[in-house]
Design a protein around this ligand. Structure first.
Ligand code: ADP
Ligand code: MG
Length: 330
């Protein structure tokens, strides 16, 4: 039988628990200055992030995503509940908890008078990374700042600062990397390179958590997705399962001649005529191909002039998940 000593984790094969993050009943109430009512940003969140996952935390502005992350990062003090990172309780062992995660904050807060090299060296010092183990050059190159190592942070563009923050979060090679809206206002090129890099880290066993309000981004990258709305987790599932619950699109077809009476076989396919005289067809992409629907429209004697497909956006997704949540999973 193997002995399990919680402190014998510094060696080559650390005994890591199955979950990278575990939150139980996590609450946060922001008390505000006199007169203003307190804000309950997190209303008892239970959440598990399995180790090795690429986890998306989605939600609209004000949902509580940054609050949750800042609690894990030790920047915000929780009001109730527990949080552990790689089995380490953030309250009982804040220093060790902080070492197991690297957080890329939403705000671009960098010291304007530090160069990227100094920023990373200083951070490495803060985390007690011995000089010989530091990877300053490697990290700067990885985020495309190799040639900016000695430029002042204040001379860097927004995108460069964002990348520097990513490098800064990685100096101590944390097993869990958390990125808070890393692509808000960031160009496509940088987005892509950032994701490639994160995918590489994930492939090497790191757990990645990212918050975003872009459903598409989470859909492409994450294997698990939680949706948070007004301080409550309304869904948490494997991406594929969640997407199945969203398996609905709408096809809007402009036809000629304009639609009068709907032929019977179109009505059977739940086609409706909208006020503008177009055909609206709801369908399940996993079961029906658009081409079949278009064939049906042509067979009814219509010529297709234009078509648009609509996907449920995050807003609709919320409505559906909050509406269906009770009978859905539980
Ligand atoms: P998100 O990151 O999902 O946009 P936040 O965690 O930033 O959400 O905010 C959640 C709620 O908490 C919002 O209503 C926000 O206004 C409020 N909030 C966040 N930070 C503070 C603070 N320092 N003081 C008071 N209220 C705050
Ligand atoms: Mg936020």
């Amino acid at each position: 039988m193997s002995e399990r000593s919680p402190d014998a984790t510094a060696g080559a094969a650390p005994h890591l628990p199955a979950n990278a993050i575990e939150l139980k009943g996590l609450r946060k109430i922001y008390r505000r200055s006199h007169g203003q009512p307190p804000v309950e940003a997190l209303k008892g969140v239970d959440l598990v992030v399995p180790r090795g996952s690429f986890f998306g935390l989605l939600g609209p502005n004000g949902a509580g995503k940054s609050t949750l992350i800042n609690i894990l990062a030790g920047l915000v003090v929780k009001s109730a509940g527990t949080a552990t990172v790689c089995g380490v309780d953030i309250e009982r062992n804040p220093r060790r908890a902080r070492r197991t995660i690297g957080v890329v904050p939403q705000e671009l807060n960098l010291d304007a008078f530090f160069t990227p090299r100094e920023t990373l060296e200083f951070q490495a010092g803060l985390y007690g990374v011995p000089r010989r183990q530091r990877r300053t050059e490697e990290l700067l190159r990885a985020v495309g700042l190799g040639d900016k190592a000695d430029a002042y942070a204040r001379s860097l563009s927004g995108g460069m600062r964002r990348r520097l923050l990513v490098a800064k979060a990685l100096v101590h090679d944390p097993p869990v990397v958390i990125l808070d809206e890393p692509t808000a206002g960031v160009d496509v090129e940088l987005r892509r390179s950032l994701w490639e890099y994160m995918k590489g880290l994930n492939a090497r066993g790191r757990t990645i958590v990212l918050t975003t309000h872009y459903l598409e981004e989470a859909e492409r990258l994450c294997d698990r997705i939680a949706i948070i709305d007004r301080g409550t987790v309304v869904a948490c599932d494997e991406k594929s399962a969640l997407m199945r619950r969203l398996d609905e699109k709408e096809l809007v077809v402009t036809v000629s001649p304009a639609v009068g009476e709907l032929p019977e076989h179109l009505r059977r396919r739940s086609v409706v005529r909208d006020p503008e005289g177009r055909l609206r067809i709801r369908y399940h992409p996993s079961r029906t191909r658009v081409i079949e629907l278009l064939d049906a429209v042509r067979e009814a004697g219509f010529t297709i002039v234009d078509l648009v497909t609509r996907e449920p956006d995050l807003e609709e997704l919320f409505l559906r998940l909050t509406g269906k949540g009770a009978e859905g999973k539980r």
